[in-house]
Design a binder for this molecule. Sequence first.
Ligand SMILES: [Zn+2]
Length: 103
Amino acid sequence: MTPKTIRLTETGRLTITWDDGSVCEYPLAVLRRNCPCAACLADAQTRSASFIPLYTRDALTLDTVEPVGHYALQFRWKDGHATGIYTYAALRDLCPASGATAA
Ligand SMILES: [Zn+2]
């Protein structure tokens, strides 16, 4: 499955429409918190599960989204963080349950 369209909403969410017609709307904080780069993964492993990291505004602002091959997206955040490669499979897993994104 691959993204057909990717766009940022005015409310600061990333909307991906997949080629099967399903739509996922991701709060940027969820994407950032699940950054799959080595540094963030190591970070996540050393903190308790109940700890929710706080981010600066820049850390939650997307500069660019670029495709990586035919399997992933690379997000470049405004704070300069750009090492996370989000595979399509991982993005599908992060997709908020349908219905939960209304409003
Ligand atoms: Zn990261």
